[in-house]
Design a protein around this ligand. Structure first.
Ligand code: SF4
Ligand code: ZN
Length: 320
């Protein structure tokens, strides 16, 4: 949905010819359709270059969820880095109706862009779906973190076995600042500095992760996807509707509405000012030492990785 505002009757702030269509308050800028689409693509291109995210010989494994972010990410990468090889992975979480729509849109999107798509069925991989897990009282409140753990594990597993050099995800400015807010509020700065545009791996079987959409907002990405007519699932996952992340996003939007540019400033300060200071402390006090899971060989801090322990717990609880 494009922000049609009664006051938007002037001309585009870039070309000064076409009628303005999209207002970006944080940039004090109104753009026509064509200039807005170029603005988004240029921004992603600049982010990729600024953080040296992609090399010509990279093989990217893109997490194609079927949502607006990953659909837009795939399309923009094909525009700004057409020479880079991209493989897509969709994890079917088994959430009734929501997962079916997401899977359908991911398949449409991969076909549209002519890229290879691998589908992993969580029910087959884990022996149960995210919905099955959400029925268990022990997991209901933290279902999104269980879901995130499963998706990260599968991405790393598939990426490292299929020859990918990097994992690329559609995390955007709203996602990242909502997470950062919580870490700053609770003083968990050692955790906060793990949130970066590029995350380097700590184990041979984990891959670098890049977030080319990190400087774009939810609104910009949705508007881009709509104007380009990209397929994406509009349904929301019923399990996470009231998740902590969504509540934080709402809070960020309230602050942003009275202080336009707040989210961009938070991200910039985090990356440029806080990270260099805290990283030194983190390196000196790193209490963890990564090893390989005794069962699956994937990165772990204990004898068994979190995923293998989760599988064991679920087997007991669900008798799968
Ligand atoms: Fe998974 Fe939570 Fe997202 Fe639903 S909202 S898909 S449970 S992370
Ligand atoms: Zn394991």
């Amino acid at each position: 949905m494009v922000e049609h505002d009664a006051k938007l009757r002037g001309t585009c702030g870039h070309c000064h010819e076409m009628a303005e269509l999209v207002r970006l308050n944080y940039a004090k800028l109104s753009l026509c359709e064509s200039c807005f689409l170029k603005f988004v693509e240029r921004k992603v291109d600049r982010t990729i270059k600024a953080y040296k995210m992609v090399k010509r010989d990279d093989v990217l494994l893109l997490a194609l969820s079927g949502g607006k972010d990953s659909s837009a990410l795939l399309h923009i990468l094909r525009v700004v880095a057409p020479e880079v090889k991209i493989m897509c992975l969709h994890v079917d979480l088994g959430i009734p109706s929501f997962s079916q729509e997401c899977r359908k849109r991911a398949e449409e999107m991969a076909r549209r862009e002519g890229v290879e798509l691998t589908i992993m069925d969580l029910g087959e991989f884990l022996g149960c779906t995210i919905s099955d897990i959400a029925f268990l009282s022990d997991y209901r409140r933290r279902i999104c973190s269980v879901c995130g753990l499963a998706k990260r594990y599968i991405m790393n597993y598939v990426g490292s076995t299929r020859g990918a050099t990097k994992i690329v995800t559609g995390h955007n400015l709203d996602d990242v600042t909502a997470i950062l807010w919580d870490f700053y509020m609770t003083g968990e700065l050692l955790e906060a500095v793990k949130i970066q545009p590029v995350t380097q791996p700590l184990h041979v079987k984990s891959l670098p992760r890049i977030k080319p959409l990190i400087e774009l907002t939810d609104f910009e990405i949705k508007t881009y996807a709509d104007l380009k007519g990209l397929p994406y699932a509009s349904a929301q996952c019923s399990l996470g509707r009231e998740s902590k992340l969504n509540r934080r996003k709402k809070l960020m939007n309230i602050i942003e509405s009275s202080r336009p540019g707040f989210k961009h400033t938070l991200l910039k300060s985090h990356v440029k000012r806080v990270t260099p200071l805290i990283s030194k402390v983190r390196l000196a006090s790193e209490p963890y030492s990564w090893t390989s899971c005794a069962r699956c060989g994937m990165p772990s801090l204990r004898d068994l990785c979190r995923m293998c322990r989760l599988k064991d717990e679920l087997q007991l609880k669900l008798k799968v």
